[in-house]
Design a protein around this ligand. Structure first.
Ligand SMILES: [Zn+2]
Length: 299
């Protein structure tokens, strides 16, 4: 992966991305350490090498206000948590790279349109931090149902895992939400920690013979296995993901369990806890989608 090009800021224009000089692996500061220190000012999306010097990095925040707070606190003064180094910080107006690579060589996109999966949409910052806190507090007041690797709460209808292709005990292995059970739009709101979601489009017929892969499996090491193509997206907290059309009916999706968010010169921090709200509408009548090969109503 080529290094991103970061320009200097124009007219002191503020940005969620900081260009930080006198900081980096060549002066003994790992990307993880840098991410941890800068995280005290807000959620860090990633830390990137600004160039090949090893002494200049880009710290990319979700929110511009976090970058402002970090610049104010850390610029042009010795930072005790970073070996007392004297940092020189400016806003960087150029966006961080659109993709980073995970340990198993999957490029992870930061925007849904870069995945080229028709019908998949992502809205970052769909809710505010205050709304997020409110939602987390309210779910923690409700009883959880414990599955093998995660806990769930159901609202409206009970989801019967035993009769669905999404069985308990395997966490989020690759699956398509059953066509006959749910309507065409599925929304997923991410709270608390970020995660990476992966997608697979199997070549016709191949998915029927697919081995029952656990999501921890690392046997495929490219974005194009022998019988499927593979894509990945970063889901930040407070973002809303929409599955519709081909994304909903024909792509398997899953969340890998392994914590592989550091690769090459980029680190993406993953929180210990992620809560997601999945909103589905119960279907009335059979599914009439354009993907009969994946459709339990039409098979
Ligand atoms: Zn269908």
């Amino acid at each position: 992966m080529g290094l991103p090009r970061f320009g200097r800021p124009i007219d002191g224009k503020s940005s969620p991305n900081l260009y930080v000089a006198n900081c980096g692996p060549a002066v003994g500061l790992s990307f993880n350490t840098i991410a941890t220190v800068f995280s005290t000012f807000g959620e860090v999306i990633g830390v990137y090498a600004a160039d090949e010097s090893g002494t200049r990095v880009i710290v990319s925040y979700v929110e511009e206000s976090s970058a402002q707070a970090a610049l104010k606190a850390l610029n042009k003064r010795p930072c005790p948590d970073l070996a007392g180094r004297f940092l020189h910080i400016q806003y960087s107006i150029v966006q961080p790279p659109k993709q980073v690579l995970t340990n198993d060589s999957i490029p992870v996109s930061l925007a849904a349109k870069d995945l080229n999966i028709p019908g998949l949409y992502l809205w970052p910052e769909f809710i505010t931090s205050a709304e997020e806190e409110e939602l987390l507090a309210s779910v923690d007041d409700m009883p959880w149902k414990t599955l093998a690797k995660r806990r769930v709460q159901h609202y409206g209808y009970e989801f019967i895992y035993e009769v669905n292709e999404y069985p308990s005990g395997v966490g989020l292995s690759p699956h398509i939400d059953t066509h006959s059970a749910f309507d065409g739009l599925i929304f997923s709101l991410s709270l608390a920690g970020p995660c990476i979601m992966e997608f697979r489009r199997y070549t016709d017929g191949a998915w029927l013979q697919k081995p029952d892969l656990d999501a921890d499996s690392k046997e495929e090491n490219s974005d194009c296995g022998s019988n499927f193509v593979r894509r990945a997206i970063y889901l930040p907290p407070r973002s809303m993901l929409l599955f519709s059309g081909e994304a909903r009916y024909a792509w398997h999706h899953y969340i890998p369990h392994h914590k592989v968010d550091l690769v090459k010169d980029n680190v993406i921090k993953r929180g210990s806890r992620r809560v997601s709200f999945t909103l589905r509408k119960v279907r009335e009548g059979p599914c009439k989608c354009e993907f009969p090969q994946y459709c339990d109503s039409q098979s």
